[in-house]
Design a protein around this ligand. Sequence first.
Ligand code: ATP
Ligand code: MG
Length: 386
Amino acid sequence: MERIILIRIGEIFLKGNNKNFFVSLLKDNAKNALKGIPCRFVSSQNRMYVERYEDSDERTIIDRLTKVFGLYNLSPAIKLPTDFTEIAKVCSDMSPKNGTFRVTVNRADKKLDKNSMEISREIGAYMLRKESGLTVNLHQFDFEVNVDIRENGFSYVFYEKIPCAGGLPVGCGGNGMLLLSGGIDSPVAAYLMAKRGVKIYAVHYHSFPFTSEMAKNKVIKLAQIVSDYCGEIELFVVPFTDIQYAIKENCPIEYMITIMRRFMMRIAERLAEQYKCGAIITGESLGQVASQTMESINVTNSVVKKPVFRPLIGSDKSDIIEIARKINTFETSILPYEDCCTVFLPKNPVIKPKIELAEEMEQKLDVNGLIEQALSGVEIIHCNNR
Ligand code: ATP
Ligand code: MG
């Protein structure tokens, strides 16, 4: 008899030709999430199991697995050789002392001489004999006793199904280059795109000495926190100060942010090409600030060819904060460190910028030279929590 964790995967991958690809990716991601915890990971058909772990690690294992996209739910369970008396004993030992319950048997092993109904009834009867406070009610029950009888001669008894993160396995949807700031929105954007199977790479623009080492560390911390969901994130920290100086000295101040953001997009696209990312991702939300009006987005978008995914475009800040709290990035995001956008912030940024004007202003700048120079100073940081 052994405590194990039984994992169910989303039904969606069980169909179609890609099934093997999805399942093997999911298995790798789940295994990776358990890195550093001694245990055995087994995958058979549409189930996965974690076995042979220390009891004291169980909570951590569950916590990590519930953050793996593509997993549907999981159950901490007792695994034992299929023997009806033993199974009934285990069910009874695990049971609360009072309340209504039902027993649900899933019998994959068709060689047994009893059917699921008969087995459930026997187990239920045993439990009733042991505890006088229990009553069976098939329709309105306080708890359900589940017994899974597998073909390999083992059965699993479990009482709860803990929901996992849902979504698609990270990696099945290609790579994406996220513009990661130290704010609330972009880590949430990472989470949402990873949930649709996108492997996240991230770029952060750093304006040393105007933004401190602490500001950079905050971004690294955010990438580490979301890596619980996204898997390891390769973070590119790009020196941005020279670009900001060049814009400030050569372009009208109200276009400062617009042109800065055009540089951010161009550099992100260069890195995206280098790391085989099919899309750029940002945490923009329509109308949130001057640089996120439809016109501003159009002017910054026009410098890149790759699609730009903005998963938060239609979300209210309060909805974004709710997700940030859930994924544990909120408390870090609100720490008061400066961001490069706030350092050179004009009093009256243009709300409806024009592409032609931005292009004209940029003629005063050595756009390619500045980009090359920034890219030559990129620092690469591998962010994960393991
Ligand atoms: P966030 O909360 O994500 O910082 P925000 O509300 O502060 O967003 P902006 O500062 O306008 O909004 O940034 C919009 C998006 O631009 C961010 O979500 C992020 O994707 C990107 N971005 C902003 N600053 C940086 C930066 N320093 N490095 C990388 N990306 C950035
Ligand atoms: Mg910001």
